[in-house]
Design a binder for this molecule. Structure first.
Ligand SMILES: [Zn+2]
Length: 333
């Protein structure tokens, strides 16, 4: 899945399979195409951060984060074109700083600002393939997270010679990634990956868009991918974890400060248009059933929010699977 993210962007931009010589390219148009992709990524990161921060008291695993996403020109189909379009000398620059994150609050991480240092390492110096290289960006993000975990902060150097020292905060462990093509949304335990073509990107209200992100995020915080690995991916199992992910949406939204009702709005708007409603399809109930199941949760979530000011899903959410299922029994001492 990873390779397609930025490879696809190069295709989405008017580079195509047979790129014209750079002199003939419309660089402002290239920059605008990249900008549209970055706008969508910013929206995803803002919502992802809000969910991952708001649910910290209940998530099984937390990680330190500053809410910064980088971009690597080497991951484009035509790195030289991307570099010139964005006015960069090197390959690494700011992609997004999630709203409200330490990176955003510092004011230092404006879009496309060139980065030359991650805790003393210049990622531009790391080897990369000539184009469509995605591993180096993953390496940079892994390095960032490892540094935050080990040192409780990171010094990030910019091409203009200045440095920003940023301290992280704890968030639920899940990355959020935008894919440049496709209309799918998936969660693999560590990442939520959403295609730029997913219909919810066109929903103007943030809480309704957040309903989609929360469904995928739910898969990660509920450990669904690992559970399926242990217990098998047959249809009846997939249905159960999909129901859980749907039903957890309003809980995740409420803790993040969104109206939990938006969960139902999301499912109704998306489902009535894009889901056939066929009962025979594998993995999901019909969208109307899914919306009805969410509506029941919304009532409980609203009551909890009124009473406790939080929707503690670790204590109150009814599971449809045994989350320990398939784990080896630990021998008694
Ligand atoms: Zn799902």
């Amino acid at each position: 899945m990873r390779p397609s993210a930025f490879a696809a962007l190069a295709l989405a931009a008017p580079l195509g399979a047979q790129p014209a010589p750079p002199a003939q390219l419309d660089y402002p148009a290239e920059r605008a195409a990249i900008g549209r992709y970055q706008d969508a990524d910013q929206r995803l990161q803002d919502v992802g951060w809000t969910l991952a921060k708001g649910n910290v008291p209940f998530c099984p695993k937390l990680v330190p984060s500053i809410g910064l996403q980088l971009q690597d020109m080497a991951s484009y189909g035509a790195p030289a074109v991307a570099r010139k379009a964005l006015g960069l000398k090197g390959d690494f620059a700011v992609q997004t700083a999630a709203r409200g994150s330490p990176a955003a609050l510092s004011g230092a991480f404006t879009r496309n600002r060139e980065i030359t240092g991650l805790d003393g390492f210049d990622p531009n110096q790391w080897p990369a393939q000539k184009a469509l290289e995605w591993q180096r960006l993953v390496r940079a993000h892994d390095h960032l997270e490892a540094t935050l975990t080990e040192h409780g902060g990171i010094a990030i150097g910019f091409a203009d010679g200045t440095t920003a020292q940023i301290a992280p905060v704890q968030v639920c462990a899940s990355r959020f990634e935008l894919m440049g093509q496709g209309d799918k949304a998936v969660a693999d335990g560590a990442r939520v990956v959403i295609g730029l073509g997913f219909p919810a990107f066109s929903y103007s209200e943030e809480p309704v868009f957040a309903g989609l992100v929360a469904h995928e995020f739910a898969h990660n915080v509920l450990g669904h991918d690992a559970w399926l690995d242990r217990n098998g991916r047959q249809g009846k199992h997939v249905r159960r974890i999909e129901r859980e992910a749907d039903r957890l949406i309003p809980w995740l939204l409420a803790n993040a400060g969104y109206d939990p009702q938006a969960a139902e709005t999301f499912m109704t708007r998306w489902g009535s248009k894009h889901d056939s409603g066929l009962r025979l399809r594998i993995g999901h109930d019909g969208w109307d059933e899914r919306a009805a199941a969410i509506a029941i949760e919304v009532v409980q979530v609203k009551a909890l929010m009124a009473r406790e000011g939080k929707a503690d899903w670790r204590a109150h959410f009814r599971r449809e699977i045994d989350p320990q299922g398939g784990l080896a029994r630990t021998p008694k001492p």
